[in-house]
Design a protein around this ligand. Sequence first.
Ligand code: EPZ
Length: 429
Amino acid sequence: MDRIRIVGGNRLNGTIPISGAKNATLPLMIASLLTEETLTLENVPRLRDVAQLVHILGNHGVDYAVKGKRYGQDPLAGQTIHLTAGAIVDTVAPYDLVSKMRASFWVIGPLVARMGEARVSLPGGCAIGTRPVDLFIEGLEAMGADISLDQGYVIAKAPDGLKGAEYTFPKISVGATHTLLMAACLADGTTVLNNAAREPEVGDLANCLIKMGADISGVGTSTLVIKGKESLHGATHSVLPDRIEAGTYAMAVAMTGGEVMLKNGRADLLQSALDTLRDAGVTITETNEGISVARNGTALKPVDIETEPFPGFPTDLQAQFMALMTKADGVSRITETIFENRFMHVQELARLGADIQLDGQSAIVTGVDELKGAPVMATDLRASVSLVIAGLVADGETIVNRVYHLDRGFERLEEKLSRCGATIERISA
Ligand code: EPZ
């Protein structure tokens, strides 16, 4: 199994290109199930989760093609992929595929909307919390689907098609919003989704669906109104930049000091995290090229945060911010409100010398003068990258094990960081 070796102590200076967003790419790819025509996606990141979803969609009959690289093209540029669900050959999403990636459960929406049936394995537990699917079931039932559970599978049936309905999410869910939004595009009549997730990735999906012929209003707000269509058609859509990748590198620069341009990073997708970094003493400048992040000499101030749905501080940056606060000049309180078990990085950060006490859903972080390199491992994507951030300033060598977590969501992480001066390399097993 690959590992990442980091020797801490170098400042980061230069430019880091921000890739297309993983969490937009996945629902966009799933949207290809809604039409028999080709959906072309540009700026797609090269990630393990994307490859895994290609495999899952292939099982349903989706043809996949990737546009070849042109001579002289930046190796870090996103790829263009073509997905064609000419015929859905299978409406079953089996356990061995769905259990590898929770987002693949979302196929249930387009499959039942287009085919009148779907049998999708429950995704099961996950390292960051229980993550149930009750909202998906409630929402699809509101749209007239008959749902039953059998041997770990959710079976959704709507032989005469889904019907437009009004549904109010009792709790904000990104995945359930994606799923019901896609399903509603092919339902008979108008669907109103209240208390919908406002994450930019939902807006990106909605904009792509509109290009595919869907009638959606309220994009970017918590009320989405969808007038169902009999069919959708092909389209070309460019994936929006990854705000979590941008926020992660912003925190890496805040940690090491130096100055880095996050090329193509969009500050408007990341205001809450950027404001938090400013409060911590980091200089953030929004330019046409991207987001410039600098810290030169100023100490890091402690800042309290609480994770919230968009536009609040994202849970997907909580671990990275905690890593940063381990070196702040004082005590900060970090509260996780989205997932009940997203503190798996605490123990590993402690191995590097961090001082963190857990208090229910909060972590109390007391900044230390020095972190010390050590072998570490993490059980999820964002936790793993928080260890990389800590390793960049830890004294000596840090080895991050289980790199496959990082490969799920960070494209060429070690290359992007080493180009800016970090001593970081992949050790292939
Ligand atoms: C998406 O997960 C992201 N994944 C997650 O990113 C992100 O952390 C999360 O949204 C929150 O922003 C992708 O986009 C692929 P939710 P999702 O449904 O959709 C509860 C990463 O690191 N809930 O918004 O699965 C749930 O348990 C990943 O890139 C129900 O109770 O998250 C959680 O507490 C990790 N019932 C809360 O809602 C349901 O039916 C929010 O989850 C559905 C969700």
